[in-house]
Design a protein around this ligand. Sequence first.
Ligand SMILES: N[C@@H](CCC(=O)N[C@@H](CS)C(=O)NCC(=O)O)C(=O)O
Length: 202
Amino acid sequence: MYRLYDYLPSGNSYKPRLLLSLLGIEYERIDVDIMKKETRTPAFLVKNPNGRIPALELENGEYLWESNAILCFLASHGTPYMPTDSLAAAQVMQWMFFEQYSHEPFIAVARFILMHTDPSDPRRAELETKMDGGYAALDVMEQHLAGRDYFVGESMSIADIALYAYTHVADEGGFDLAAYPGVRAWLRRIADRPGHILITDA
Ligand SMILES: N[C@@H](CCC(=O)N[C@@H](CS)C(=O)NCC(=O)O)C(=O)O
């Protein structure tokens, strides 16, 4: 059985948790409290030398880390969430790299700052830049979703899961999705999927 090293509020951890639920795969969930620096202990650094969750422990004892790599691994065993066509598979990667470079560093980090720092914290000064970057990513998503139900092809893929994780809680980072009807319709589509779980669901 897989073992997922997880922290419930984390969107990055939620990505594999959501996919495992959609695929109906049983696994053991291990809580790692990032606020108590539990990802930085010698015991955890053996699992992920980069000191971050999520990390997936495989049945053979190997560890896989980086949320989107875990999604690729779990989806690439003949599941509907990873296309077999090579161009479509590369487009899934395209959106997952976009998520890590142009989306998560803004929307996830703004959410982290608002959720975990008090108003006098010097990190609050980063918020303006984070909002600009986050809205730029939402603009790209809105434009792409015009006339489309999902990011790649006609069905939901791990590109959607990667982008859903922090977009659906973007309000907790101070983002207003009112001007993004395509994004909001897409979020509802994912939330209605059988097997969908909430980010707060263990
Ligand atoms: N690129 C990584 C980012 C992982 C990441 O930033 N994890 C955060 C929680 S969302 C973490 O473990 N932070 C604890 C720390 O840095 O000590 C991924 O997608 O998995």
